[in-house]
Design a binder for this molecule. Structure first.
Ligand code: NAD
Ligand code: KPL
Length: 305
């Protein structure tokens, strides 16, 4: 084993990673946000993972951010809008040259963390796994997928990747992690806001093929302006393929809005619009989509960023 992992945020994806690492014998600690949540966790007896209809408890040790043991490898499993503030809480414990693994969707939060803690070594992760929380500490593994890991500074894969093998966590080392993150961001920008505005399952978006075409065209332009040419290639075809493959699903943003949870819009469509603006690109379709989405979010009493 290559040292203790700390998992910050015991939600859906954090719980999915933590339980699989723990049962493979990898030493790890969960970091829970406050004493009340820690007490609830102790009362629950651990994290419960439901896979293929079977449920098991994992009594993973848990602590508060202000514990004093040094942190050498930190998996940040909060939403993008919480990630930087969550790292601030444990920053005094970060060992020199610690590793910070960032599981956030979209872009923006990872760069902010990498800039703020330059002595740490940041690894970005793009995940297509699916998990959701059914109750306090009960997590359902809803869909298999892939985790792409990559590092903007060191292109060599780290030795602890072997622990992901042991834990049966699917992964690939991505030499071009920014390409993977941008591609996923663009797909989410094409599908998720439209599904919220039309209040529909992904498949129904096939009735809006002209709008999808215009959005994909502008998104491809944004990707090219950001030097993400590969991520731009064939974007529309992949969006249509994903819509068909997930036709019966509601997008994650649709689910967030339905459950009155804050969305990650600022790190998805907001990020695409900011990048367009920085590069002097006119993206009227994306801007209009963001405006309409923000109006809807405010109408639902949700933050529009
Ligand atoms: P989640 O809301 O289920 O879990 C986040 C957890 O972080 C919550 O338990 C929250 O209490 C905790 N948290 C927030 N601030 C904290 C702090 N300061 N200290 C300690 N804990 C704190 O979110 P999620 O669905 O696991 O998503 C995490 C990230 O992974 C998001 O960016 C999401 O887009 C991405 N993602 C999720 C999935 C999925 O299937 N759930 C799939 C791919 C990507
Ligand atoms: O990732 C997704 C999401 O719902 O967030 C898909 C299904 C690909 C749609 O954008």
């Amino acid at each position: 084993m290559t040292g203790v992992w700390h998992v910050l945020g015991a939600g859906s994806l954090g719980g999915l990673w933590a339980t699989r690492l723990f049962r493979a014998g990898v030493p790890l600690h969960l970091i829970l946000r406050n004493p009340q949540r820690l007490a609830e966790y102790h009362a629950a007896g651990g994290l419960e993972l439901v896979e293929n209809g079977t449920s098991r408890f994992y009594p993973i040790p848990a602590e508060l951010p202000e514990a004093t043991t040094p942190i050498k490898r930190l998996l940040v499993a909060c939403k993008a809008y919480d990630a930087e503030a969550a790292v601030v809480e444990v920053a005094p414990r970060l060992a020199k040259h610690s590793e910070i693994l960032l599981l956030q969707n979209g872009l923006g939060s990872q760069q902010a963390i990498a800039k703020r803690w330059p002595e740490s070594h940041c690894i970005f992760i793009s995940s297509t796994e699916g998990a959701y929380r059914q109750a306090g500490f009960r997590i359902v593994h809803a869909g298999r997928g892939q985790n792409w890991l990559g590092d903007l500074v060191n292109t060599q894969p780290p030795p602890w990747l072997a622990e992901l093998n042991l834990a049966d966590i699917p992964y690939s080392w991505a030499e071009d992690i920014m390409g993977k993150l941008w591609r996923k961001l663009a797909i989410n920008c094409a599908i998720n806001p439209l599904s919220v505005l039309n209040d529909c399952r992904n498949g129904e978006l096939l009735n809006h093929s002209e709008k999808l075409h215009e959005l994909c065209w502008e998104l491809s332009e944004v990707l090219r302006a950001c030097a993400q040419t590969e991520a731009a290639d064939g974007l529309e075809a992949e969006v249509l393929r994903i819509i068909q493959a997930t036709a019966q699903n509601f997008s994650s943003m649709h689910q967030d809005v339905q459950s009155r949870r804050r969305t990650e819009v600022s790190f998805l469509l907001g990020q695409a619009c900011r990048a367009a603006h920085q590069h002097g690109l006119a993206t009227p379709e994306l801007c209009e989509l963001l405006d309409r989405l923000q109006v809807l979010l405010r109408r639902h009493g949700l933050p529009d960023d």
